[in-house]
Design a protein around this ligand. Structure first.
Ligand SMILES: [Zn+2]
Length: 238
């Protein structure tokens, strides 16, 4: 069943794909001083305070803290994003370590919690940006208000028997829901294959590309999407 304002995959959760694109550490990484003299618990508390997000062990798994490496990644991503997307985002309450290695992370629109897989490379930064993208989407009602806009490819939901247009691409999400978008948009705004899974993943991937400090990622976005992030989004979250 399709829930227009929710995220379908994996029982209402939004999953980051488990491939490692954008996993190269940007040059800025080495310039940030990550404090290894503090305990992970102390670093989690400090970060949590700074961004007003609960950061640390999942309530069901007390004692399972983020690693220093993961906390480095969190510091960098949270430090780069506008505070309106994090500290002042009522749709982002907590970031917990995710056990297992099946997925890189997910965001729950019902609990507003991100869970992030602990890993040793820099893919965690891309995964965190992607999941925060879901939280920002919730915050501004992107799926209700914006997904049908031509600049985002004009996403539409379909029944399986609907007549098809040669100008559109059709995709079935994990819940069996059919979606379509302008094929021409895919050519000018291509970030990843996962982006074309459904409207929610489209926005999370585009968001993650826009807020990647590696400037190459922004060049993957169409000029009208770039402009939306530059001028429209700041007004929507203000
Ligand atoms: Zn996702």
């Amino acid at each position: 069943m399709h829930v227009p304002s929710g995220h379908g995959p994996y029982g209402g959760h939004c999953v980051t794909p488990s491939y490692g694109h954008h996993s190269v550490a940007p040059a800025s990484h080495s310039t940030i001083s990550h404090d290894r003299t503090k305990s992970p618990a102390a670093r989690e508390e400090e970060l949590g305070e700074k961004y007003r997000i609960e950061i640390g062990p999942h309530p069901d798994k007390p004692g399972t803290h983020f690693t220093h490496h993961m906390l480095d990644c969190l510091e960098e991503v949270l430090g780069y994003l506008p505070k309106e997307h994090t500290r002042y985002n009522g749709k982002l309450k907590a970031i917990y370590p995710l056990p297992g290695d099946e997925v890189n992370g997910y965001y729950s629109p019902s609990t507003n919690i991100i869970e992030l897989r602990q890993r040793a490379d820099y893919g965690a930064k891309q995964a965190l940006r992607h999941e925060i993208g879901h939280a920002v989407s919730e915050m501004i009602g992107w799926e209700n208000e914006h997904k049908r806009k031509a600049k985002f490819g004009n996403w539409r939901a379909h029944n399986s028997g609907d007549e098809r247009s040669s100008r559109r691409s059709y995709v079935q999400d994990r819940n069996g829901q059919w979606w379509s978008y302008y094929t021409s948009h895919r050519e000018v705004c291509f970030v990843s294959n996962y982006q074309w899974t459904d409207p929610g993943e489209y926005f999370a991937e585009v968001y993650a590309a826009y807020y990647d400090p590696n400037q190459y990622s922004r060049r993957q976005l169409s000029s009208s999407v770039l402009k939306w992030f530059e001028t429209r989004l700041p007004a929507l979250v203000a």
